[in-house]
Ligand binder design. Sequence first.
Ligand code: PMP
Length: 362
Amino acid sequence: MAFTLEDLPIRDDLRGQSPYGAPQKHVRVQLNVNENTHPVPADVAEDIVASIRQALATVNRYPDREFTELRQSLADYLQHDLTAEQIWAANGSNEVLQQLLQAFGGPGRTVLGFPPTYSMHSILASGTGTTWIPAQRDDEYRIAPETVVAAIREHRPDIVFLCGPNNPTGTPLPIETIEAAYDATDGIVMVDEAYAEFMPADVPSALTLLPGRERLVVSRTMSKAFAFAGARVGYMAAHPAVIDAIRLVRLPYHLSVLTQAAAVAALRHAPEMLAMVDDIKQQRDRMVTELRAMGYRTYETWSNFVLFGGVADPHAAFEALLEQDVIVRDLGIPNHLRVSAGTEEETTAFLDAMRRVAADQP
Ligand code: PMP
């Protein structure tokens, strides 16, 4: 028998667990991990390269451990009167969330979440030894204020994870639900706003709730709207005391001087980097309209992707799309698949491929 990790003296609570596993396949139309499929504009890329070149001059030294310039740039980008002291960043919002769990979760502590939600939330809980408590959503994957309050009263979690708009469903998270959750707990309330830039413009972000709420944390990322997934930059906004707590668990110098330089340069061009957001929203809405016309069920989505139901055999549909050089995501939700909005051309390729899949369905 081959030697496996199960033969190692691994932590008992990690036995039998699966790693995060979205397939990484190189196909022509990649709409499986909610990236921004538009490349960084050439002039912005040039400025980023110039900044990285400059940063290389000091690469023999450790980077600014407090990434002061980046935090200021992120505060300016977020607005809402935020200051650099209220901002923290790491290698992707995944790392931000991991640090949050290291500081406020851990063995003997619990985090409440509402599946189906971002799969890393429970995986990060497991990695940090925090007990993950799944609670029920309402119809159409929504969470009403009463629902969040009832779950908090029942489970008394140390941390509440909310995701708005929610991945993988795209569903809005009402601001009233966040307020109700905060009032119902003495613990940390974390709102994962990875897709915030795709929300309707007139909808308030959880950032508006930060004043006076010292236990509220809002996490964001440059991976989605900002087309910067490969650079690995995520961040959060919270009371400075929360940031002090994160400093107790973060690795020193966790953000490389190259990452800091690249992110600051990209943020200098925020309007240009975000220029594609409207186009992506249009393609998302087009996907909703055309999938419905094909007879699939869709949900209200405020993100850059669409969850659709009524797929007789998601695994077979996934494979049939792959054969046509299109990759989407099969998340194991019965009769559902998720697809990220692409460029107009990619969206057309997906919809054409999907029409052929629909025609073949019994
Ligand atoms: N939160 C949500 C809801 C996500 O969907 C993702 C990426 N799929 C992330 C966080 C993590 O993004 P990153 O680590 O690239 O910032």
